[in-house]
Design a protein around this ligand. Structure first.
Ligand SMILES: Cc1ncc(COP(=O)(O)O)c(C=O)c1O
Length: 376
């Protein structure tokens, strides 16, 4: 196995990509009934050495016992929801501010077993505290207004109710937050954003400590055929090598940009959890470690100003993703949230003037210079 210390030299310092679909049997293990299926390497839709290496690393970063990598963040989330729909009873509560496709998948898969709640966080806590709730799914930082739910309080409610708190940690990444340490039962994540970090591959993760959930979700992934493939796992392993440098860098840049936007008066409203003006600043200070993330959102007051900004930016490109090295600005009103009714967008703060900026690895001077030139 790669990574073992042979002591005699000749080990690769870069992980090998194991592209074989089939792996030879361990005949001795086969004779005695075989190893645990979720640990066995025999067919690449089930397990793969490169993917398993990544899963071990990600589980370690998240403070989990196990990790399962999927071929996108949505593949991980839909596997979890499908398992809950088909394999478990009870209702599921999903945070109102969750990623648009998460909400769409939840309502499609769960139907009337779904409840959507919060912010406000009292509403979410109240909904999670109802009898019969089996799963609560929230995000460490919700998109695009970067609201931070009170994870410890939610975890306490879930513990008392015997339900599982699952936290989508995409926006924080394990560098800034470890939801399992705060009492969550599962972490889900889009690896596509900060972890892979280069906008050239998709990936997803579910990680946790509970052995029963591990086997159940591994079986769901095997049946759905949604395991992360080895070349993408390799890209995620490469991304991990620089993650602990990129995320704090982006957080420092984003904080500086957010402060500049607030002080310049160019935006009507700035959303960044590191600003004292953010409604969840006090929660973010307790939950996030070493920064508040690389995404800042701001409201320019009208669709015309927002679209004019997007057309004039030079260093920052107008595109939907976040978390990778390239600085990107997105327009949530007509992209990620366009399928929500107008009053729901308004309720979530997704107004026609809102722009979401992911600073990437650019410097504060580059971002501020680009914004200043485009806004003036
Ligand atoms: C918070 C969050 N979770 C999950 C996803 C889905 O990830 P993927 O695009 O890798 O399927 C996204 C995508 O933008 C996201 O922002």
């Amino acid at each position: 196995m790669w990574g073992s210390t042979r002591g005699s030299g000749g080990d690769p310092v870069v992980p090998p990509v194991s592209v074989s679909v089939a792996y030879t049997y361990d005949l001795e293990a086969l004779a005695s009934g075989g190893p645990r299926e979720e640990a066995e390497v025999k067919y690449s839709r089930e397990n793969n050495p490169t993917t398993m290496l990544l899963e071990g690393r990600l589980a370690g970063l998240e403070g989990a016992r196990w990790g399962l990598a999927f071929n996108s963040g949505m593949a991980a989330i839909t596997a979890l929801l499908l398992y809950w729909r088909l394999g478990r009873g009870g209702r599921v509560v999903v945070e109102r501010l969750s990623y648009g496709s998460t909400r769409a998948a939840a309502s499609w898969i769960l139907g009337d077993r779904l409840a959507v709640a919060g912010p406000p966080w009292d509403e979410l806590l109240h909904e999670a505290d109802k009898p019969g709730v089996g799963l609560v799914l929230v995000e460490t930082m919700g998109n695009p207004t970067l609201r931070v739910p009170p994870l410890r309080d939610l975890a306490r409610v879930c513990l008392e109710r015997d339900c599982v708190l699952a936290v989508d940690n995409t926006m924080a990444s394990p560098v800034l937050a470890r939801p399992l340490d705060l009492g969550a039962g599962l972490v889900v994540e889009s690896l596509t954003k900060y972890i892979i970090g280069s906008n050239d591959a998709l990936g997803g993760l579910i990680a946790g400590a509970d052995g029963i959930l591990h086997v159940a979700l591994w079986r769901a992934r095997r049946l759905l055929g949604s395991i992360l493939q080895p070349r993408e796992a390799y890209q995620a392993l490469k991304g991990l090598e620089t993650l602990s440098l990129r995320v704090p860098h982006a957080s420092r840049t984003a904080l500086e940009v957010a402060r500049w936007l607030e002080e310049s008066g160019l935006a009507e409203r700035v959303y960044y959890p590191g600003l004292e003006s953010h409604p969840d600043h006090h929660i973010a200070r307790r939950i996030l470690r070493g920064g508040y993330g690389g995404v800042v959102s701001f409201d320019l007051g009208s669709r015309e100003r927002a679209l004019a900004l997007l057309s004039r930016l030079r260093r920052i490109r107008p595109a939907s993703s976040f978390g990778a090295t390239q600085p990107l600005a997105s327009y949530p009103y007509a992209s990620s949230h366009r399928n929500l009714p107008e009053e729901e967008r308004e309720r979530l703060g997704v107004t026609p003037g809102l722009v979401r900026l992911s600073v990437g690895v650019a410097t504060p001077e580059e971002i501020i210079g680009d914004l200043e030139a485009a806004l003036s």
